[in-house]
Write a protein that binds this ligand. Structure first.
Ligand SMILES: [Zn+2]
Length: 415
């Protein structure tokens, strides 16, 4: 099968046609050859496919929220060709057999899936998994995401083994004893003894894990950074040469407690949406190249699990389908971040983290997406490919839309 993508702008800059034959990019530039299908892009942007190293697919065990098939559909709609899924499933991915089963299922899916294995058995924070066997089975990293590994001896050993294996450890850095509440710390209500998820909880957890990475020589990756103090800690250790990478989510970049209705459970997430000062610090760190990449932390939940009082609603925000348009609307169109940088933060840089390539070059497998920067669309429940609806952009009009995605060499989504 030969596809000719005609009249697009490569990286949003230079006009170039792209000829794809049997899953490979065979020509980029002025193409005069024919094709089985010619798709007129009318000046839309041809961009390397997005890569998300932090996704919750909920399979096995919670397929009523999402499953490998629905999450890969949502990813394709969002312009993604590679996603890494987290192991906090039921059972968790803490044994090679579980990973093997998921890998077999993922083979036929439209996007390429990578698997993060748990750090501890049952994600209980007590006993390490067989890290070597899980690496042999294809695990790309280790994480007890959703929980921090509280026991320092267990985390220390995990980092030691991970450094020998050459794989990163991804930490959900929140000290649980300081994260008993459901919202960002608020100095007014703290006086009345209310519990919060304090930025200090993140700062301390980041400090311990990064310091241990320094001693063990491991690669530590900080998931979904949210507090400005954490950035300071990371900066200090980076200057000392520690291998510490960090991701930020679209929701922590775009929302702050000052700007969201406090009672709306769709915004309940761990770590919580923080202050405008924190949000600004994250955006500035992103602009400065300090943040390694953007990851969605796509965390689907069934409507009844979110449509509850704030204290009872489950934490998590889904967002594979809206991530690129939301950031394009609020950071690129406003002139804060260039299109080139956003693409790098959501494609090239996370691709490097997972050890894959999505470059649009002759000879490579086709992993790319087409983005219409002029499209305006309202995010509607009924249009979401994800099984869940806990998307904070529902009802909002976003600028720019993914209109076509090639993943694993095949046409994975077309609007
Ligand atoms: Zn997490």
């Amino acid at each position: 099968m030969r596809y000719l993508l005609k009249g697009g702008l490569l990286y949003g800059e230079s006009p170039a046609d792209v000829l794809i034959e049997d899953g490979r990019i065979v020509k980029v530039g002025d193409v005069s050859e024919g094709a089985d299908e010619v798709i007129d892009l009318k000046g839309a942007y041809v961009l390397p496919a997005l890569v998300d190293p932090h996704v919750h697919a909920r399979e096995p065990g919670q397929e009523y929220k999402e499953d490998l098939h629905s999450v890969s559909q949502a990813a394709a709609v969002g312009g993604y060709a590679h996603i890494a899924v987290m192991p906090n499933t039921s059972p968790p991915v803490d044994r090679p057999e579980v990973l093997r089963g998921l890998k077999a299922k993922a083979e036929t899916l439209p996007v390429r899936m990578h698997f993060v294995a748990a750090i501890t058995k049952g994600r209980e924070g007590k006993e390490l998994v067989e890290m070597g066997l899980l690496k042999e089975e294809g695990a790309v990293a280790f994480s007890d995401d959703g929980s921090w590994v509280s026991n320092p001896a267990v985390m220390f050993n995990a980092l030691l083994y991970a450094s020998h294996l050459g794989l990163p450890v991804i930490t959900h850095a929140e000290v649980p004893e300081l994260s008993k509440g459901f919202a960002h710390y608020d100095p007014i209500n703290l006086k009345y003894g209310m519990k919060f998820r304090m930025p200090l909880a993140e700062e301390l957890a980041v400090y311990r894990d990064v310091r241990m990475a320094e001693i063990t020589g491991a690669h530590i990756h900080i998931a979904h950074v949210s507090a400005k103090e954490s950035l300071e800690v990371i900066g200090t250790f980076r200057e000392r040469g520690v291998r510490v990478t960090v991701e930020v989510t679209p929701h922590h970049l775009l929302f702050s407690t000052e700007k969201i209705p406090f009672y709306d459970p769709v915004f309940r997430v761990n770590p919580p949406i923080r202050s405008e000062e924190d949000r600004r610090a994250l955006v500035e760190a992103l602009k400065a190249g300090f943040i390694d990449f953007v990851a969605t932390d796509h965390a689907p939940h069934a409507p009844y699990e979110k449509e509850a009082p704030l204290t009872d609603a489950l934490p998590g925000i889904e967002g594979l389908e809206t991530a690129f348009s939301a950031l394009y609307t609020h950071l690129v169109e406003t002139g804060e971040v260039s299109l080139k940088d956003l693409v790098s933060l959501m494609s090239g840089r996370p691709a490097r983290f997972l050890g894959v390539s999505v470059a649009i070059e002759e000879g490579r497998e086709a992993n790319l997406f087409v983005f219409d920067p002029k499209a305006e669309w309202r995010v509607k429940e009924e249009d979401l490919a994800s099984k869940s609806r806990n998307n904070p952009f529902l009802g909002e009009v976003l600028r720019g839309r993914v209109i076509l995605t090639f993943a694993k060499g095949s046409l994975a989504h077309r609007r």
